[in-house]
Design a protein around this ligand. Structure first.
Ligand SMILES: NC(=O)c1ccc[n+]([C@@H]2O[C@H](COP(=O)([O-])OP(=O)(O)OC[C@H]3O[C@@H](n4cnc5c(N)ncnc54)[C@H](O)[C@@H]3O)[C@@H](O)[C@H]2O)c1
Length: 322
């Protein structure tokens, strides 16, 4: 009764694995520890997970089918979080998205369908970016999503379609979760909370796109972990179509300038702002409709940015020994 967590050295993967370990589950974590961002942060996350006796780690690239399929029996559930993340990086490096998000995702669902005695549930990460330039707010899982505006979003949309087809064909349960700008301790160095904090502290300008006229549904890591674990514990009910999609957001669109204000307050230092036009691939607003997530998963996010940002900054100071 082991749970496979892919992307365990990643920001969300580490927190999900830790929450599972803390409730006594056997977890096998997989990650290729690639150098998209500072490898030492990924190694530190794995070192933390290794303090639990019920954790095992395998350094595996999910695009390598043979390596992935060599994982031994006993896996009954999967949380699939390994992916090439980031909207902007996908403009210059589409190949790594094909490798991790398309080939890698196919390998994981192929692995899932071959599990003897059937997999009891698989949960995987999709993204709010699949909504593209949707103008209807908040974004509902019933909205159309066929117009992604970044290659990253296109691969996440493809993952949803591949998963749907596999669940339909082979009849195993899967839940795709569209995550909305996740932040918190152990967060990613390529995301705004981390970038703004490090630049403000070192007195450098922070780039603010669309002249600050942007909104994001910032979601605190603990709320996201609760949503992922609830989804894992509640495979799709009717078994047809065996595949469901849910939003995991905070159900609150925060203005980017207020978010920066909360970071400034927590740091006790003002930002030097470098206003810039909207970047290709970025959307102006994200805002999650979470009605179906509340109804089916009992997902009730409760952390505001006023509570979550200071916790991120406390971790940032501890981790960097400032
Ligand atoms: N953080 C967010 O705000 C956010 C928003 C929407 C969706 N997501 C999705 O959530 C998931 C986790 O994101 P995260 O923020 O923790 O990112 P992350 O980059 O910190 O974690 C992803 C992990 O996957 C690993 N990985 C990448 N390609 C791999 C491969 N081919 N084989 C094995 N391991 C591989 C990376 O080394 C990394 O440790 C991803 O699927 C991401 O697309 C995240």
């Amino acid at each position: 009764m082991t749970i496979l967590v892919t992307g365990a050295a990643g920001f969300i993967g580490m927190h999900v694995a830790q929450a599972l370990l803390m409730r006594g589950e056997e977890v096998i974590g997989v990650d290729n520890i690639n150098s998209y961002y500072d490898v030492s942060l990924k190694e530190a996350r794995i070192a933390l997970l290794k303090t639990y006796n019920n954790f095992k780690f395998k350094k595996i690239d999910i695009a390598d089918q043979e390596a992935l399929f060599s994982l031994k029996d006993g896996i009954t559930r999967i949380v699939h979080l390994a992916a090439q993340a980031g909207v902007r990086y996908s403009i210059t490096n589409p190949e790594s998205y094909v490798s991790s998000n398309l080939i890698g995702h196919l390998n994981v669902i192929e692995f899932a369908r071959r599990i003897e005695n059937k997999l009891s549930n698989m949960v995987y990460a999709s993204s709010s970016s699949v909504y593209g330039n949707n103008t209807k707010l908040p974004f509902s899982v019933d909205d159309r999503t066929e117009k992604p505006i970044s290659f990253y979003a296109a691969t996440k949309l493809a993952d949803e379609l591949m998963s749907y087809a596999y669940s339909h064909t082979y009849g195993f349960p899967q839940i795709g979760l569209r995550l909305f700008t996740v932040y918190g301790p152990w967060g990613r160095p390529d995301m705004s909370a981390y970038i703004f904090t490090s630049k403000i502290l070192s007195g450098k300008k922070i780039p603010v796109y669309k002249h600050g006229d942007m909104q994001r549904d910032f979601t605190y890591i603990d709320d996201v972990v609760d949503g992922i674990l609830s989804a894992l514990d509640k495979p799709p009910k009717n078994n047809i179509p065996h595949h469901q999609i849910y939003n995991l957001g905070n159900n609150k669109a925060e203005s980017l300038m207020r978010y920066i204000g909360v970071i400034e307050k927590a740091l006790g230092k003002e930002a030097i702002i470098d206003f810039q036009p909207l970047q290709t691939g970025d959307v102006q607003s994200t805002f999650a409709d979470i009605k179906s997530s509340q109804r089916d998963l009992g997902y009730y996010p409760s952390t505001t940015i006023d509570e979550g940002i200071p916790r991120f900054i406390r971790w940032y100071f501890e981790y960097h020994q400032l």
